[in-house]
Unconditional design. Structure first.
Length: 97
């Protein structure tokens, strides 16, 4: 009976060593995974900040493009101003007479 008990204890001891090794391996893997998660969260926060900044820049550029006149608009404005200057000159000439 003592021999059976001794064998059982040895088997349990061997199984416990295997479980202990696996537990240590899993703990190491968990620690590495937690470190990776922290690094990825930091990277994600930086990426979100960059995306936000770029979205704001796109909005500014969209507004600037909308406000910026086209060549056709500039030409029409110049023609209108030229005509107004001529009309003002005519009025001044009429007043002098």
């Amino acid at each position: 009976m003592s021999a059976d008990l001794q064998k059982t204890v040895e088997r349990l001891r061997a199984k416990m060593l295997v479980v202990s090794d696996r537990f240590s391996l899993i703990c190491d893997q968990r620690d590495k995974a937690l470190e990776r998660i922290a690094a990825l969260e930091t990277e994600l926060a930086a990426a979100n900040t960059k995306v936000s900044r770029l979205e704001q820049e796109v909005e500014f550029l969209r507004i600037a493009t909308t406000i910026a006149p086209e060549r056709k608009d500039v030409e029409q404005t110049r023609a209108l101003l030229t005509q107004l200057v001529r009309d003002i000159d005519k009025c001044i000439a009429d007043l002098k007479e």
